[in-house]
Design a protein around this ligand. Structure first.
Ligand code: ATP
Length: 253
């Protein structure tokens, strides 16, 4: 087993045995310690890991739980595009350790292996009206060796799908490095390269989907992502822009 990973220049690691949630710890460091961007919080387990809408993220030891603090310039709407970067970083990590695996991205920011979820992402932000609180915390859970059974969408782990056991420290180093590389690319070149890389591996792109959005169901064709990362759904009544929701593929509904 390797010791604590040496993150690339511009990044630093805050490592813990147990936290409630790496996002909570990262938010605390961003607010109370003015921690710089590139600070990565890593914990071996979370006692209150969560996904979007306060859904529970199963977080026993063995998988990767980490959050990174970023302090992008620009509007909060632009910063929302950062939600797509973790999936790209998980994809690069999978390419590195499991070159033949069949991974895909599902809007808004799940990563699937053989169509089952291995990773979830939670983006949280500070108060954008105050310069000092323009921080983002990007949390990501990656199922390296285990996954829960009772989930809204089928879940799996990298070990189960590929028989490859990626040591958690190596996964942390690869994932965080790829994420920071994509962040630097996004800062220089904007959303278009990110959108293109994400759509290349997006499940359901150009296909028919059902989206559940605030209790309403919309059927249509997934035709693109708008500049903020919202899903463009071509419906009978024209293009509908979906900012938040759960996507079901035709065979899931
Ligand atoms: P997104 O879907 O945008 O990636 P997210 O994954 O952070 O966001 P959710 O999709 O709401 O957030 O994730 C929480 C849901 O995922 C839970 O309701 C549960 O069904 C399921 N879940 C919880 N823990 C895991 C896990 N370790 N692996 C896969 N699915 C999980």
């Amino acid at each position: 087993m390797m010791g604590l990973p040496q993150l690339p220049p511009g990044m630093s690691l805050a490592a813990y045995e147990t936290v409630t949630s790496t996002n909570d710890e990262a938010k605390f460091l961003a607010v109370k310690n003015s921690a710089p961007e590139g600070t990565v919080v890593w914990a071996k387990e979370q006692t209150a890991g969560r996904g979007r809408m306060s859904r529970k993220w199963e977080s026993r030891p063995g998988n990767l739980y980490s959050s990174i603090i970023l302090r992008p310039f620009g509007s909060l709407a632009d910063a929302a595009q950062i939600a797509f970067l973790p999936a790209l970083a998980v994809g690069e990590m999978l390419k590195m350790f499991t070159p033949t695996s069949n991974y895909s991205f599902k809007w808004p920011n799940d990563v699937l292996l053989n169509q089952k979820k291995i990773s979830g992402i939670l983006l949280e932000s500070g108060d954008w009206t105050q310069t000092a609180s323009k921080w983002l915390v990007t949390g990501c859970g990656i199922n390296l060796i285990h996954s829960p059974t009772e989930t809204q969408f089928p879940a799996t782990s990298i070990l189960k799908e590929t028989e490859i056991n990626i040591p958690v420290e190596e996964a942390l180093l690869a994932y965080s490095s790829f994420l920071f590389d994509w962040y630097k690319k996004w800062k220089i070149s904007g959303f278009s390269a990110v959108r293109e890389a994400w759509l290349k591996n997006a499940i359901g792109f150009k296909k028919s989907l059902t989206v559940e959005c605030r209790g309403q169901l919309f059927n249509g064709h997934f035709v693109g992502l708008d500049p903020r990362g919202a899903l463009e759904l071509k419906t009978e009544n024209g293009i509908r822009i979906i900012e938040a929701g759960d996507v079901y593929l035709a065979d899931e509904f």
